[in-house]
Design a protein around this ligand. Sequence first.
Ligand code: ADP
Ligand code: MG
Ligand code: ZN
Length: 476
Amino acid sequence: MQYEAVIGLEVHAQLLTQSKIFCSCSTQFGSEPNTQVCPVCLGMPGVLPVLNKKAVEYTIKTGLAMNCKIASYSRFARKNYFYPDLPKGYQISQYELPLCEEGYLEITVNNERRKIRIKRIHLEEDAGKNIHDPSGYSFVDFNRTGVPLMEIVSEPDIKTPAEAASYMKKLRTILRYLGVCDGNLEQGSLRCDANISIRPVGSKEFGVKTEIKNINSFRFVEKALEYEIKRQIRILTDGGKITQETRLWDSQTGTTQSMRSKEEAHDYRYFPEPDLVPVVVSKDFIERIKKDMPELPDKKIEKFIKQYNLPNYDAEILTEEKSIAEWFEEAVKLGGKPKEVSNWIMGELLRLLNEENKDITQCSVKPSQLVELIGLIEKGTINRNTAKEVFEEMYKTGKTAENIVKEKGLTQISDDAILIEAIKEVISKNPKEVERFKNGEEKLIGFFVGQVMKNTKGKANPKLVNELILKLLKDS
Ligand code: ADP
Ligand code: MG
Ligand code: ZN
């Protein structure tokens, strides 16, 4: 029996607002535990939440970028459960009326373009963080409670682990383009739960799914799903049944472990949040957000292929980060040939940045400097190998290519015409020396070379000068 996988992802993204969703506490990551808290986010009795308008704006912005319908009327709901990191005993979330619904985003895997539908995007508050100390004590940090969180739920349209990773990457790219989430997987700003089932190839019905929690890298999404597909196939092949359950990904062992079964699943007893009025979004508000949207990665990919004639591969890589795409476009605007600029970015520039784990915005080489360097190659001032050396030096010191070439004496005048002119001038200005040379004082060749080097500020190709002088002296 041949099986195929059915995958749907639920991605949580922390919003880059200054303050929390229902109070004015800071959302800054990495502060001392429990220093960014107040009675509201600590869930004290009697406090009232006030909705952060920016969080609504960011969610709508995301919905628009992902082709969703934006609800003119939506509502918050209480999701009730007990856990030490949830001081109120409920999470304010959205349930039957989310802000965004029925969108999609496109991914390209193995040259196949695929639309992955998005079921909904809703807004909620993050919970705190339990810290299990090696001492045996557990601590709770409430700095994270009330950080605005978007939950982006896909339809089960994803077919392979590679597509799942690609979907998550694309999602992250879009969120970063929009500036609504920093996409930092290690710090937990972007987290993914993967739902997966298998079914016989050709079957229309879905199988029983499991949900894998705790995935915090693109690689792990792929690995966890690959493991889970194999596990499920093994069970069905052995005549067993898949149990609907939540499983935890363990990156140490590369396996998933059962966390809780459907029977133990929470009954959240959702009901409309009585302390918040419904959210009414005006057309005007949506229009204003639309006007503020940056050019999105898919548009850029299209443009890079059509307008700049780049291969799809280059276009995908260059548009992964808005800052890289903009750096590229700036260089092209300044006269750099697109493919040439692309090669430099994908090769040397990204290699050097990756070595230091740096962002292109922290890069000391500016687009204009690369264009200048490319110009030096095109003019034949330096060859490609030298250019790489110059580029690395530019990257390290921030100096211009020309200065580096000068300082390091990398420029060579190898143009015969220029050199011949310079030599002729030296010959005509030094008739006595020419005479002596012709009378057998061959060591005078050094004098002539020296004069030419002096007149060309040391840039002449000495070997060529030597050859040319001998020839010209004989002819003169
Ligand atoms: P639940 O109520 O269990 O959370 P949802 O319908 O909200 O289920 O779906 C949660 C996620 O699981 C979505 O991303 C959805 O695409 C995915 N999903 C739903 N059914 C399946 C299935 N049979 N196999 C794989 N993924 C599924
Ligand atoms: Mg769910
Ligand atoms: Zn607070």
